[in-house]
Design a protein around this ligand. Structure first.
Ligand SMILES: N[C@@H](CCC(=O)N[C@@H](CS)C(=O)NCC(=O)O)C(=O)O
Length: 212
């Protein structure tokens, strides 16, 4: 295993601060107690080396020795393989962690991200786009609510699946969209109260503030 280096932007505008996806990686690394360092790439001028690590010119990516990994979900699975604190080695639980991690990314974030983009654009009223996205999100929350009402974390103990699920729900909780879903809301609050989240969040905020 090599040195772990997390790459994020040097600066972002105020609005995404606290939500940039390097947060998921910082959070996982803090939960696992794995040593790492953070390096920056320019937000405004993305060069060929950036695209070589992240083909969409986005962040984050993680290097582990000579291995370079992009996509926050893939990075978290990689870290899960390095730490039992992030993903159990017991086959049934491990399979549950993986399915919930994909559910968070492919069933919930698929609804929560476009919803939050529309909410930020101010289009949160009477338009067809808003109505259909809000109904799409509503369906996901209705199904997630009884799941989270019955358990503290998605797959037994806390795992990388919870890091991603809590983070994709934070996108809409920012606008109090979980108000009618107490189990979802309490789950996010529980996740955000974890010391590893608190540190990861504070570190991200400080990282971007340092570049102002
Ligand atoms: N699916 C990717 C999404 C990465 C992503 O959206 N990154 C944002 C920051 S949170 C970004 O780099 N935005 C700048 C851009 O898209 O140009 C992941 O989960 O890693």
């Amino acid at each position: 295993m090599g040195e772990l280096v997390l790459t994020t932007f040097d600066w972002v505008p105020e609005v995404p601060r606290g939500y940039v996806r390097d947060l998921r990686v910082r959070w996982a690394l803090e939960e696992a107690g794995l040593p790492y360092r953070v390096q920056s790439v320019p937000f405004r001028a993305r060069n060929a080396e950036h695209f070589a690590h992240q083909p969409f010119g986005q962040v984050p990516w993680l290097t582990d020795g000579d291995l370079s990994i992009f996509e926050s979900g893939a990075i978290l699975l990689h870290l899960g393989n390095r730490s039992d604190a992030l993903m159990s080695t017991e086959p049934r639980i491990r399979s549950e962690v993986i399915e919930w991690l994909f559910a968070a990314l492919n069933s919930v974030e698929m609804a929560s991200l476009p919803w939050s983009i529309l909410a930020f654009s101010g289009d949160s009223g009477d338009t067809p786009a808003w109505k259909s996205l809000d109904a799409f999100l509503e369906l996901r929350l209705q199904r997630l609510e009884p799941v989270l009402a019955g358990r503290e974390w998605l797959a037994g103990t806390f795992s990388v699946a919870d890091i991603v699920m809590a983070d994709v729900l934070r996108l809409v909780q920012r606008f109090d969209r979980l108000a009618g879903y107490p189990a979802c809301r309490d789950y996010v609050a529980r996740a955000e109260a974890r010391p590893a989240f608190v540190k990861a969040h504070a570190d991200q905020m400080a990282h971007f503030a340092a570049a102002d």
